[in-house]
Write a protein that binds this ligand. Sequence first.
Ligand code: FEO
Length: 393
Amino acid sequence: MKAIQIKKDIYWVGVKDWNLREFHGYTTPRGSTYNAYLIMDEKITLVDGVKHHLSQENLSRIQSIIDFSKIDYLVVNHVEMDHSGNIPDIMRRAPQAKIITNNAGKMALEAHFDTTGWQFEIIKTGDSVSIGSRTLEFMTTPMLHWPDSMMTYVKEDKLLLPNDGFGQHFCSDALFVKDAPFDVVMEHAKSYYANILFPFGAQADKALKTAGDLGLDIEMIAPSHGLIWSGKSEVEAILNNYAKWASGANEGKAVIVYDSMWGATATLAETAMAELQAAGIPVSKHCLAIEDVSEIMPDFLDAKYILIGNPTVNNQLHHRVAGFMAYMRGLAPKNKVGLAFGSYGWKPGVVKQIQQAFDDLGWSSYPPFEEKYTPKSDVIQKFREHIREYIKL
Ligand code: FEO
């Protein structure tokens, strides 16, 4: 396994996880990569590790360039195990290397591994370390998306190494976005933001402002997942999209998410879609029986109206709706207008749990709509009127 040069004397030494199909609940149909980088300067610096089961691939790429005994620094931008799982393997081979991380990073490494004998250099935002002809500048980005998350900027190369930020769960032959279909990569970047970073819009917004305050001039963004953004237009495109997603602004669209037992809740979902379309509101409709939760969340970024339909089962939410609600509540989208609807057979009221979730998320909402068994034409008419009132919010 060979290292691949991405800029003069800076190498990609990451790994490709072609077979990854699930990332703690997030479906990853295109696999992923765990990118690590090796900077060959007076002080040889490795940035980030990889997931443990692919450690050997990472180690052999590093060794294709340099012996481990020559490594001076290991920058740990983030301690989640997809980037740090093989750090003990690296430190066994390079015990002389000093780990550059922040306070939370050191604590997290100590909580995961036996760090006896490891040397640390603790940094905070605005700190820099000279490695010879290059300067590494650091920006801590707590809760984007872990307490220990940080980004490294290689000043002379105008290169940002933002770890999870700007990443995509996307594995391909290509290393650079320019060598892959741009729209497909951006779609995966959007999905990554929606499924991983959605709760941390304020932190993403702050990180973008801090990068501006620090005057970072960025020509290349090399994240720790997926492909590398290079050149002005690609860098601007991903930065602009992050600014938009982090702002919580939406495009006024609608998303319908539902499940159905005998077609009654599906009929209500169809009715809602027709009424929204008649009002000129772009709408997407997702049936939880056939779609994964993580395929749905990107649409939430563009949506103002969120409609969730539940078929009551044994006086409870359907388990797929309940699972979706748990996933969605964790991602905590903001500034939405909710509507719960559904069919019941024995007893009404379960959709109030969905309404409660809207309230807990701080959304506006319109009263839930429920119907016993199959909605007849008079009920459908009533639901149409309900939707017309709802979209006045
Ligand atoms: Fe890619 Fe937060 O780990």
